[in-house]
Write a protein that binds this ligand. Structure first.
Ligand code: HEM
Length: 458
């Protein structure tokens, strides 16, 4: 890379930080809170801590106490978050007009890392355009193209395990899904570049909310974790932009099947993704697609490892190449242990949801956690039972781990394909045994197994 290009890249990074500061963009409309659904009268900080740190107990408690629709008040300023828990509520929210039900606002804290073009941060016409450009890279035909490489990465990972070894399956699955993102999504195969990318990507994924919250204060960026995050962001951008620029010139661009190459070619002349847009979408895919899939897989191994008869059934399916059953295992793991506990939309106008008249500025969302735990949708909801998804599906909108509507997870099919390939590789090679109980713990936006879903393979 020439020094001119390096300066270029650093400029792009600096300009992004400038634009995305302070996080959150314009303030939302002021909220008229009269007539909202019931909720606790606790201090706002206490409700915020309940929701952010203890959601697995707090949200079901609110549901039992206040019923199917309730309001929680959170920082900043005690703004209302109205949570809905029935499938028909989820349907109404997902079908809401995207010009009124904005999703990007809720993700604004991720702005400095993901960038303003990120699919997760956009709303309205911009979101529609970006989504149309990205979707073809995740359709059925594209997924079939990624499969071979995913299988190869899974095989390499499992080949490093030793019979009798015990480990945190979450850590192993994180390493595996990171490799999948780098090779299948970024399309990087050069070992020396992979070696430089891995630590930068890991540091990006591990950035804490405290660091993100500090982004509004530029002076902090001279110190400790903020300084390291900024330095890392410059390094990561430099590597990603180098990759993008080289790929644009690659002689075999049209023959390549990785996501980046497809995104470079997406659209028509005059409407293609720019370097900055490509960078933002790549970082988004990295952050949205890596730990989520790893967590679903770790829970799946933990559940199979806790029940010898379920394990035997799944190993048989793996030997037969029955991917539909392996997908059912993953779907049931995501039902019982939702990776993301809720999805939210901010209302740009007053609307009525489930008969409640809600003001502009309120945030609304289906609680995935409660929807998945309802006995009227999922009989015996505490039981792990992949058969719920074999030859049948739970009632519409009662299983929503990937959200819904125009914002439904773009990587849903990808993660199921990847998950089934990984389970097939693991289960044809090893039996797994969970080595102790585990429970969910909050990690930033996702919920992960507290003890890392420890298993022994043999
Ligand atoms: C088990 C794995 C995964 C889970 C549980 C998950 C969950 C979700 C959820 C709940 C949303 C928000 C949907 C909404 O607001 O209605 C979402 C959005 C998104 N996910 Fe995933 N995801 C997973 C894997 C992936 C993968 C593998 C990728 C990409 C490689 C990905 C990329 C995205 C993107 C780009 C969005 C934003 C979509 C938009 O706003 O239009 N996710 N995901």
């Amino acid at each position: 890379m020439t020094s001119l290009e390096q300066t270029d890249t650093a400029d792009l990074t600096a300009r992004r930080f400038e634009r995305m500061r302070p996080f959150g963009g314009e303030p939302g409309p002021t909220v008229d809170s009269t007539g909202l659904p019931p909720g606790p009268h606790w201090p706002v900080w206490m409700q915020s801590v309940g929701l952010l740190r203890f959601r697995h107990r707090f949200v079901p408690h609110m549901w039992r106490r206040y019923g199917d629709v309730f309001t929680v008040r959170i920082v900043p300023g005690g703004r209302p978050l109205v949570l809905f828990t029935r499938p028909e509520h989820a349907k109404e929210i997902f079908a809401g007009d995207p010009e009124v039900f904005h999703a990007g606002k809720g993700n604004a804290i991720l702005g400095p890392i993901m960038g303003e073009h990120s699919l997760l941060l956009q709303d309205g016409a911009e979101h529609k355009r970006a989504r149309a450009l990205l979707m073809p890279a995740f359709n059925g035909q594209a997924l079939r193209g990624y499969r071979g490489l995913v299988e190869e990465v899974a095989r390499d990972e499992v080949a490093r395990w030793r019979p009798g070894e015990e480990f945190r399956s979450l850590d192993r699955m994180n390493a595996l899904t990171l490799e999948v993102i780098l090779r299948v999504v970024f399309g990087v195969t050069d070992e020396s570049r992979l070696a430089r990318l891995r630590p930068c990507v890991n540091r990006t994924v591990n950035v804490s909310p405290a660091v993100l919250l500090g982004w509004g204060y530029p002076q902090l960026q001279r110190f400790g974790p903020w300084k390291r995050t900024v330095e890392n962001a410059y390094r990561l951008d430099e590597l990603i932009y180098a990759e993008i620029r080289e790929r644009r010139r690659a002689a075999d661009l049209t023959d390549r099947s990785d996501v980046l190459s497809r995104l470079i070619l997406a659209g028509t002349d005059g409407d293609r993704l720019t370097d900055e847009e490509l960078r933002d979408q790549l970082v988004t895919l990295l952050l949205a697609g890596h730990e989520t899939t790893a967590t679903a897989l770790a829970w799946a191994l933990y559940e199979l490892g806790s029940d010898p008869s379920q394990l035997a059934r799944a190993r048989e399916a793996a030997r037969q190449g029955d991917d539909a059953y392996l997908e059912a295992v993953l779907k049931e793991s995501m039902r019982l242990h939702p990776v993301i506990p809720m999805v939210v939309r901010t209302l740009m106008k007053p609307v009525t949801v489930a008969g409640w008249h809600l003001p502009a500025g309120a945030t609304v969302g289906p609680s995935i956690l409660v929807n998945h735990a309802r006995a009227d949708s999922h009989p015996d909801p505490e039981r792990f039972d992949p058969e719920r998804f074999v030859g049948q599906s739970p009632p519409v909108n009662s299983w929503i781990p990937f959200g819904g509507g125009v914002r439904r997870c773009i990587g849903a099919g990808f993660s199921l394909m990847e998950g089934a390939a990984v389970l097939r590789e693991v289960l044809t090679t090893y039996a797994v045994t969970a080595t102790g109980p585990d429970v969910p713990k909050v990690r930033n936006i996702t919920s992960v197994p507290r003890r890392g879903a420890r298993v022994r393979v043999g």
